[in-house]
Every structure is written in structure tokens, then in C-alpha cells.
Write a protein that binds this ligand. Structure first.
Ligand SMILES: C[S@@+](CC[C@H](N)C(=O)[O-])C[C@H]1O[C@@H](n2cnc3c(N)ncnc32)[C@H](O)[C@@H]1O
Length: 278
């Protein structure tokens, strides 16, 4: 596992071309989030050009059949950024990437059962507004070089509710797993102390990165890169999925140190058969 301290714009050019199978990352969202080192307040055009610059380097280090899972969220009063970013990366005369799939990371949801019961799950971050509803999702854009990367949909699949469908439908191949689709309900785990257990303002859950690893479907041979490592969530996912290689880059030395500690603690907990941290 290689955890590098630095600006990914400077560090990515030092990595070999075509040397990664999978990128799972979440850059700053340009929403004024209070990171320790990075100033998340650039004018939108400046931010989008900066994203194009690092994404060009990401593309260079991707193998031709690599997948790039890009997680971005918005804010109720600032809803356009994910759309502007994905257009900046996929549109125009010489697009960097093809948008192969769009996933919705659902953090909180309420469904009505057939019996009429309302069931709520996940974590709800309340906002006080007469104009906006609560924002309960983020995007995970699946970008590839040519739009032709084959995925292992069943590796990230869900068991059939009606088992009779397994034999009835030829495409199941007899397996009790169907494609999960593009709505991923992945709640944050409950924590007692944000400062101690998740000391960062914008993390994704380990399970989200694990889902991307499984879906890309190259197993433990996968070489994973996260150029915006934060406190190391994708590194923990790589460890849990026993990946051959993981490289992370983080600008802030405190976050990087926390990432090292979290990965080590996760390995210790796994070895001690204790419940894994979120
Ligand atoms: C949205 S957070 C990523 C959080 C991460 N997914 C996690 O779960 O911990 C973005 C991170 O990018 C870092 N960052 C900002 N600019 C960077 C740069 N130029 N190179 C590397 N990291 C940078 C920030 O310090 C922040 O930790």
C-alpha cells in the first residue's frame, strides 16, 4: 500500500502510464467545504479547469480497460456542480471520458411496504429551509476511456426475492444474484465521535468503495488509485478486498496520517475479529 503526501496534480505525473485498473475517488466539491488545507471556494470555471487537469492525468495512468468511479455531491443551493463537472469531462470536441454508468449513492430512504407500512433507513442530515428538501444522495459517475468496459454486475448483485425466477429466466445462469441497478443504498455507519472516528468533513463509506471494486470485477489483482485519499476510506476498502496494490494521494498531512492510522487499525481489528470500523 502506497500512501503519498502531496498535490495530485504534481504527483500523478510521477506514476507510470496505464498502471491502474481502477480509480475510486471523491475530489473537493467546490461547495466551500472546510478542509484543513484545501480552499474549496474557487470560481466555478477555475474549479472545472482544475478538474480537467487532474482528470487528464488520471486518464493517462488508467489501463485501457480501467474504470474511474467519480463520487461528487451537490448542495441544495448549489445543485449544478456534478452536472457541470460531468459535462466538462465528457462533452466537447475532444472528450476525456465516456460516461458509462451513473449511480446514485442513496444515504437515506423511506419506502412503503406492500402492507402500507412506512420504513425509513439510513442517516438524514436535516436542513432548515422553506425552499429545499433534504439532500439524501450523491452521484457516482462511472467513466471509462471508450465506454466498453465489461463489469461483473453479479459481484455487486443482490439475491432474487422470488427464487422461482432463477430457473425461469435463462440469463440468471442458475445464480441467485441479479444486477443491483444504479441506486445504491449505502448509509453512513453510526459513530459516537466525529472528531475521533471520522475526523474529516466529506468522507464516503468504505462499503461504497468496496461496491466499486466488486463491480469492476477484476478481483484481487486490481490495482486501485485514489488521488484524493482524505482519511483513507478507499485504502481500507482495498485492504478488505485484499487488492494487490493500492496507491493514495492526499494534500493534507494530518488527513494522510489519519489514513495510515485508520488502515492499520482496520487491519488490527480484522485480525482480532472485532467489528470493523465504518
Ligand atoms: C472529498 S475529500 C475525500 C475524502 C475521502 N474519500 C475519504 O473518505 O476520506 C477530498 C480530499 O482531497 C484533498 N485534496 C484537495 N486537493 C488535493 C490535491 N490537489 N491533491 C491531493 N489531495 C487533495 C482534500 O484535503 C480532501 O481530503
Amino acid at each position: 500500500m502506497t500512501l503519498l503526501h502531496g498535490d495530485c496534480l504534481a504527483t500523478l505525473p510521477t506514476l507510470d502510464a496505464s498502471s491502474f485498473d481502477l480509480i475510486v475517488t471523491s475530489p473537493p466539491y467546490n461547495l466551500g467545504i472546510a478542509y484543513k488545507s484545501f480552499k474549496d471556494t474557487a470560481p466555478r470555471e477555475v474549479f472545472l479547469n482544475w478538474c480537467k487537469a487532474w482528470a487528464t492525468e488520471v486518464k493517462r495512468v488508467m489501463a485501457d480497460d480501467a474504470s474511474f468511479f467519480l463520487n461528487v455531491g451537490a448542495a441544495p443551493a448549489n445543485p449544478l456542480m456534478p452536472h457541470q463537472l460531468i459535462l466538462a469531462l465528457t462533452d466537447g470536441n475532444d472528450p476525456l471520458f465516456v460516461l458509462q454508468n451513473t449511480f446514485h449513492w442513496i444515504k437515506s430512504v423511506t419506502i412503503e411496504t406492500r402492507a402500507g407500512e412506512q420504513v425509513s433507513a439510513g442517516h438524514f442530515k436535516p436542513i432548515n429551509s422553506k425552499r429545499y428538501v433534504n439532500d439524501c444522495h450523491e452521484y457516482v459517475f462511472h467513466l471509462t476511456k471508450a465506454g466498453t468496459v465489461e463489469l461483473d454486475r453479479r459481484a455487486a448483485g443482490v439475491p432474487y426475492v422470488h427464487k422461482s425466477n432463477i430457473a425461469r429466466w435463462g440469463h440468471t445462469g442458475g445464480a441467485d444474484l441479479r444486477c443491483r441497478g444504479n441506486n445504491w443504498f449505502i448509509p453512513y455507519e453510526t459513530i459516537n465521535s466525529r472528531d475521533k472516528e471520522r475526523p474529516h468533513p466529506a468522507t464516503f463509506p468504505v462499503a461504497l468503495a468496496e461496491q466499486c471494486i466488486r463491480l469492476h470485477g477484476k478481483g484481487t489483482a486490481t490495482r486501485l488509485l485514489d488521488p484524493f485519499l482524505g482519511i483513507g476510506t478507499s485504502a481500507i476498502a482495498a485492504r478488505r478486498q485484499q487488492l494487490a496494490s493500492f496507491t493514495g494521494i492526499e494534500l493534507d498531512s494530518h488527513y494522510l496520517e489519519t489514513a495510515r492510522e485508520r488502515v492499520a487499525a482496520d487491519a488490527d481489528r480484522a485480525a482480532g475479529e472485532l467489528p470493523l470500523l465504518p
